[in-house]
Design a protein around this ligand. Structure first.
Ligand SMILES: Nc1ncnc2c1ncn2[C@@H]1O[C@H](COP(=O)(O)OP(=O)(O)OP(=O)(O)O)[C@@H](O)[C@H]1O
Ligand SMILES: [Mg+2]
Length: 266
């Protein structure tokens, strides 16, 4: 698609390039106000984390962006077009992996393409590439029960990469794995964000994780649910992966976020 970009007038910032925009979203479940008038932009090619206390509506927002839930008010735009349901431009990486237990890793990874009617040889070639990208080469013929939780998580991620969706929605993808595996995943995720030019929307409960992997962290607070702050870490974003965890800006942001969230932890 060719698009003519007009130069911004002198002194004005160019318009932001947002892959996804959530505009004035409200969603109630019966009496429960899950989201109220929430507006948030997700810049293209970047990773945005949603961070906030349990029950503040993170999963609800992700499902609305995925088109799995309809908001009561407001709308989500993907590339400027209103979302009316699920679509090939968005892929969801579920916390519980959602793998087919009776199918091999290769078939699981290729499954999204199978649903789209892609021919077997083509979808397996694509799946093999994604399996390499997430570091699972050699396990193509294994079954989910033969893998560790961390490896199963990688299968779920490889499946999302295979369908080549532009927007990847990840709901606490690393919560079921041990601390060391999680750190490795976080590093791998940084690499994916740099190499893939996809837009990542990432839900986590871990402040450190959010600050480590994100271009933008949106802090959500409950009752009523709202975006209380948007933080864009800058100084350490392009530093060496290990240096980030020792960086003073990184540590300051982690402290600041904890200060604003601590009173919500029950
Ligand atoms: N299907 C549902 N029916 C009724 N209430 C729901 C439903 N799903 C979510 N809720 C309520 O809506 C609110 C937001 O839920 P949501 O799952 O979006 O929060 P969350 O931020 O993802 O929480 P967590 O961090 O625990 O995953 C909560 O109060 C929850 O109890
Ligand atoms: Mg949730």
């Amino acid at each position: 698609m060719s698009q003519i970009k007009e130069a911004a007038p002198a002194g004005e910032a160019p318009p932001a390039d947002n892959a996804v925009t959530a505009r004035n979203i409200s969603k109630n479940y019966g009496e429960v106000e899950a989201l109220k008038n929430l507006t948030l932009d997700f810049p293209r090619g970047q990773l945005t984390s949603l961070l906030g206390p349990s029950g503040c509506g993170k999963t609800t927002l992700l499902k609305i962006i995925a088109g799995l839930l309809t908001p009561d008010e407001g709308e989500v735009l993907v590339n400027g077009k209103a979302v009316t349901g699920p679509g090939p431009d968005r892929a969801f990486v579920f916390q519980d992996f959602a793998l087919l237990p009776w199918a091999s890793v290769l078939r699981n990874v290729a499954f999204g393409l199978e649903l789209r009617g892609v021919a077997k040889s083509e979808r397996e070639a694509i799946a093999e590439k994604s399996i390499r990208e997430v570091g699972l080469s050699g396990f193509e013929q294994s079954y989910p029960h033969e893998l560790s939780g961390g490896m199963r998580q990688r299968v779920g991620l490889a499946r999302a990469l295979s369908v080549d969706a532009q927007v990847l929605l990840m709901d606490e993808p690393f919560s079921a794995v041990d601390e060391q595996t999680r750190r490795k995943f976080q590093e791998d995720l940084l690499g994916l964000v740099q190499n893939e030019n996809k837009t990542f929307i990432f839900v986590t409960h871990s402040i450190e994780e959010a600050v480590y992997v994100s271009d933008q962290v949106a802090i959500l607070l409950p009752r009523p649910s709202r975006v209380s702050e948007i933080i864009r870490p800058s100084g350490f974003r392009h530093k060496d992966r290990d240096a980030i965890r020792r960086d003073s800006e990184y540590l300051d942001i982690v402290d600041r976020i904890w200060a604003s969230l601590r009173s919500y932890v029950e």
